[in-house]
Design a protein around this ligand. Structure first.
Ligand code: 13P
Length: 266
């Protein structure tokens, strides 16, 4: 069963080139998010832009459905790890989510075992892990499904069941990343993957666990394919890459969850 509240995550990757640009995109996303009723929005900028954007988060007792996410964390809480940033340090800037195991980080050598440690570190610090899984390519024998299953088993190994509900899963097939909506997975095919992921998690953790989890889709989500994926994919939302850097395009994606579109993207 799908969780009611939706989640849309903007992964800006190593963009934009300066803090002013990040503030500008964030401000427009904030306006779009404000209009959403049942949807939480997470902006995941580069580490360097987190402190400045943290000051722009909605304040007071008003509606709080816009959050900051990190694109990665280190698996330790502190210590001699040159060039790294921990969830423990990010808390100060109100970072509530962390994208973990993105394929672009796996390319740099991150293994399922390291991602497992990162998930645990995030949970220790009260940061919700957004865990990416996905195959590099598909084969006609369905071997890729075993690969997905192995990723899930490895990443959640040893995790106490009660923490699973705090995690978000993103099915992001590597072959669908960085193209256009024409090259993404279809809603119907995502439905198959959602079922497979939930079934696998239920096998690992026990019968109800997988069915209550938030499963998102990522990989060339654009305004053109968002509706099909949302309607047919049995998903709780999206992880959006390039389209999240264009506030108008991003607001159109949010709109499939019921938001009025923002007027001015410029
Ligand atoms: P694109 O939406 O640019 O394909 O990127 C997907 C992605 O990697 C999000 O994490």
């Amino acid at each position: 069963m799908m969780k009611k509240r939706k989640l849309v995550v903007a992964n800006w990757k190593m963009n934009p080139t300066n803090a002013e640009g990040a503030k500008s995109i964030f401000g427009k996303i904030r306006r779009a998010a404000k209009k959403m009723k049942q949807t939480d929005v997470v902006a995941a900028p580069s580490f360097v832009h987190i402190p400045v954007l943290s000051k722009l988060l909605p304040k007071g007792n008003g509606k709080k459905n816009l959050f900051l996410g990190a694109q990665n964390i280190h698996q330790k809480d502190f210590g001699a790890y040159t060039g790294e940033v921990s969830a423990n340090q990010l808390k100060e800037f109100k970072v509530r989510y962390a994208i973990l195991g993105h394929s672009e980080r796996r390319e740099l050598g991150e293994s399922d075992e390291i991602i497992n440690e990162k998930v645990q570190s995030a949970l220790r610090q009260g940061v919700a892990p957004i865990v990416c899984i996905g195959e590099k390519e598909r084969d006609s024998e369905g071997e890729y499904l075993n690969f997905i299953k192995e990723q899930l088993v490895n990443i959640f190994r040893g995790l106490p069941k009660k923490y699973l509900a705090d995690c978000v899963i993103v099915y992001e097939p590597v072959w669908a990343i960085g193209h256009t909506f024409k090259d993404s997975l279809s809603g119907t095919d995502m439905h198959v993957m959602s079922l497979f992921i939930r079934k696998t998690l239920s096998e690992i953790f026990g019968k109800d666990y997988g069915w209550n989890m938030k499963v998102l889709y990522g990989g060339s989500v654009e305004n053109e394919n968002a509706e099909d994926l949302m309607k047919k994919g049995d998903i709780s939302g999206f992880l959006v890459g390039h389209a999240s850097l264009d506030p108008l395009e991003f607001s159109k994606i949010l709109k499939v969850f019921g938001s009025p579109q923002i007027k001015n993207a410029g």
